[in-house]
Design a protein around this ligand. Structure first.
Ligand SMILES: Nc1ncnc2c1ncn2[C@@H]1O[C@H](COP(=O)(O)OP(=O)(O)O)[C@@H](O)[C@H]1O
Ligand SMILES: [Mg+2]
Length: 423
């Protein structure tokens, strides 16, 4: 019934080709059928194997069955090969596309392959292939880690700090290739930014602790003095209670500024910018601060066109102005002037808070908006400042797609300008 001549079908299975640049011993199946002469190859044959299947039938039925089985097997192998090739290509593309740098070494620790990200990361122009780790990165612990991975199959994490001009911190994960493959793989991750953020967070915690300790020390100290007898000292007791009260308020302000900052950081304070009359918002803020200005015999003026509008979140903008006015009043000696000035410049609305106060030396200006940065720590504390006001201002203004600028002259005065999209 089956007219086809009996045939001896030989199927070659060529497995596991290692694609250049892949570490994990990625196998690709390559199948060859000698009858059709079809041969598909991988990139570098690594392990080859032969599976021969032969069959000879006595009855047509058995023969057809055998043919069917062989066809099915061949189809399965073709599918397997295609799948494996696709996997190799996908992995190769993924490794090339990684942000992480990667190299693979032979069993002696000599670099065999690497991706482009590694070259960029290490800033090396010359050929990397054929080099030893110590030549590429002058760190003996990395070199040792590679040799340990090759010889003892040990996985190690090494942190490498690169000196200027690159000034980077790299985290390198060195591991044996695994399976029956000799050699090692290393993955390089640039952790410079993560390290910087860690430092910022550590500094921040240290600053917060320090800032909290100052009022707490005063409160505890005076409370103890009162408890151990000073309470009956009619002359000094009220002063001590006054200090305790003031320092408690300071603690409260510090905590609410910290909470505000953390809400802003966490994006829990969504701002909804809409057209806002700058004159209206500025008037609300200046009315709120008027008693304090009057208490210091400062005169406060508003010079804002009534039709000047900006895209802003009214509450956030008011908070910005309250912070800037608070500073202007704090850092301007009695008899001075504080002004709120508005103008439209192109498609932007400018709102400035000007004072005739102490002024700020130019060298402090670039860091002024940092958390806890104060020109005169002692004076700021004395005035009840937390050192967080301007960082909150900057955060809020950025949230409204605006920017805040500062210009100052020592002994003459300071101008903070909030620039917002005009509406
Ligand atoms: N209008 C101003 N005049 C002079 N110095 C100012 C003015 N505004 C801010 N500064 C300086 O900037 C620092 C940071 O301000 P801020 O973040 O509001 O903290 P705080 O007011 O709590 O000290 C202040 O400590 C002060 O040294
Ligand atoms: Mg302030």
């Amino acid at each position: 019934m089956n007219e086809r001549p009996q045939s001896r079908r030989i199927v070659f299975l060529l497995l596991a080709t290692l694609l250049p640049g892949t570490a994990a011993g990625i196998g690709a199946g390559v199948l060859a059928d000698m009858q059709t002469g079809f041969l598909a190859g991988g990139l570098a044959a690594f392990v080859a194997f032969l599976v021969a299947v032969s069959s000879e039938s006595e009855s047509a039925r058995t023969m057809r069955q055998t043919e069917n089985t062989a066809d099915a097997r061949q189809r399965a192998l073709v599918e397997e090969r295609d799948g494996a090739l696709l996997e190799v290509q996908t992995l190769a593309a993924a490794i090339e596309g990684m942000d992480e740098g990667m190299w693979i070494t032979d069993s002696n620790g000599v670099v065999l392959r690497h991706n482009e990200a590694l070259r960029t990361m290490l800033g090396i122009e010359q050929e990397l292939v054929g080099q030893r780790p110590l030549f590429l990165v002058r760190r003996t612990d990395l070199h040792d880690a590679v040799l340990r991975a090759c010889r003892e199959g040990v996985t190690t994490k090494v942190e490498v700090s690169m000196d200027a001009p690159r000034s980077k911190t790299l985290e390198v994960h060195v591991s044996p290739l695994g399976g029956s493959l000799p050699g090692s793989a290393a993955v390089f991750r640039d952790v410079t930014e993560r390290k910087r953020l860690e430092r910022v967070r550590q500094d921040f915690v240290a600053n917060v602790s320090h800032e909290l300790r100052t009022p707490i020390t005063a409160i505890v100290g005076y409370a103890e003095t009162l408890r151990s007898g000073a309470l009956s000292d009619a002359k000094h007791a009220p002063q001590m209670v006054e200090i305790i009260h003031r320092q408690s308020e300071r603690l409260g302000e510090l905590v609410s500024d910290l909470l505000e900052l953390s809400r802003l950081d966490a994006g829990e304070r969504p701002l909804s910018p809409a057209p806002v009359s700058l004159e209206t918002v500025a008037r609300q803020a200046s009315d709120a601060m008027e008693p304090r200005a009057a208490g210091k015999r400062l005169s406060m003026h508003l010079r804002i066109p009534t039709d000047l509008t900006a895209r802003a979140d009214a509450k956030a903008l008011e908070q910005v102005l309250l912070n800037l006015l608070d500073n202007a009043i704090k850092y301007t000696p009695e008899g001075g002037v504080v002004e709120l000035v508005g103008e439209r410049v192109g498609d932007r609305a400018h709102l400035s808070v000007r004072d005739t106060g102490l002024g700020i030396e130019a060298k402090h200006l670039p860091r002024l908006f940092e958390r806890f940065y104060r020109v005169d720590r002692g004076r700021s504390r004395e005035m009840g400042g937390t050192g967080l006001g301007l960082s909150i201002v900057r955060h809020l203004v950025h949230g409204m797609e605006g920017e805040v600028r500062v210009a100052s002259q020592l002994g003459v005065g300071t101008t903070f300008t909030v620039v917002l999209p005009a509406a």
